[in-house]
Ligand binder design. Structure first.
Ligand code: ADP
Length: 171
C-alpha cells in the first residue's frame, strides 16, 4: 500500500498514520541542566526504547532561539522566553531521538506545557511548577521536528546506527 501512494504524499502519511520510525528534537532547557535533570531525562527516553542519534550542549544565539520559537513571536512572554533560553547560566542539552512514534510519545513523556496541568509521571509533572521554567522542549509535529533538527544540528552531528538488540525492543 505504501508503494502505491502518490509520491508527494508518502512521508507525511507514513509519519501520521503509522507512527513509524521518526526523529524528534528534544532539548533540556537551562533550568533542567541547572537542576541536574539531564541524566533523568535521557534515562526516560533510553529505557522506553528510543535511540539517541544526536546530542550536544549549546548556548543558543538569540537568532537561533527566536527562530526556534518563531511561532510564538508576538506573545507577551516571547522576550522572556528567548532570554531564558540564551542566558548561558547553563547550556541547553540538545538531542535528537529516534524510534517508533517518538514525536507523539516524546510529548507524552514530557507532559503538558503548563507543569501544573502535567500528569505526575511525566517530566514536567514530576519536576516543575512554572510554565516559564518547564525544563524541557519536545517537537510537537512531524513538520516542527524536521525544522528543529535542521535548525539545531548539522548533518554530520546526527548519526545513523542500529541497536545490537533491536529485535528485543521492536518486532
Ligand atoms: P510546548 O513547549 O509544550 O510545545 P508552547 O509551544 O506553547 O509549548 O510554548 C513554548 C514554550 O514557551 C513553553 O514550553 C514555555 O517555556 C513557554 N511558555 C508558553 N506559555 C508561556 C507563558 N504563559 N508564560 C511563560 N512562558 C510560556
Amino acid at each position: 500500500a505504501f508503494q502505491q501512494l502518490p509520491r508527494l504524499a508518502r512521508p507525511r502519511i507514513v509519519a501520521i498514520a503509522t507512527g513509524g520510525i521518526e526523529r524528534t528534537f528534544i532539548a533540556i532547557k537551562p533550568d533542567g541542566t541547572q537542576r541536574g535533570l539531564v541524566a533523568n531525562v535521557i534515562e526516560r527516553f533510553e529505557r522506553k526504547g528510543y535511540k539517541l542519534v544526536g546530542i550536544k550542549a549549546i548556548v543558543p544565539s538569540k537568532a537561533l532561539a527566536e527562530e526556534h520559537y518563531a511561532d510564538l513571536k508576538g506573545r507577551p512572554f516571547f522576550a522572556g522566553l528567548v532570554s531564558y533560553m540564551t542566558s548561558g547560566s547553563a547550556p541547553v542539552i540538545a538531542m535528537v531521538w529516534e524510534g517508533k512514534d517518538v514525536i507523539r510519545q516524546g510529548r507524552r513523556i514530557i507532559g503538558a506545557t503548563n507543569p501544573l496541568e502535567a500528569q505526575p509521571g511525566t517530566i514536567r509533572g514530576d519536576y516543575c511548577i512554572s510554565v516559564g521554567r518547564n525544563i524541557i522542549h519536545g517537537s510537537d509535529s512531524f513538520e516542527s521536528a524536521e525544522k528543529e533538527i535542521a535548525l539545531w544540528f548539522g548533518k554530520s552531528e546526527v548519526f545513523n546506527w542500529e541497536f545490537a538488540n533491536a529485535e528485543w525492543v521492536t518486532s
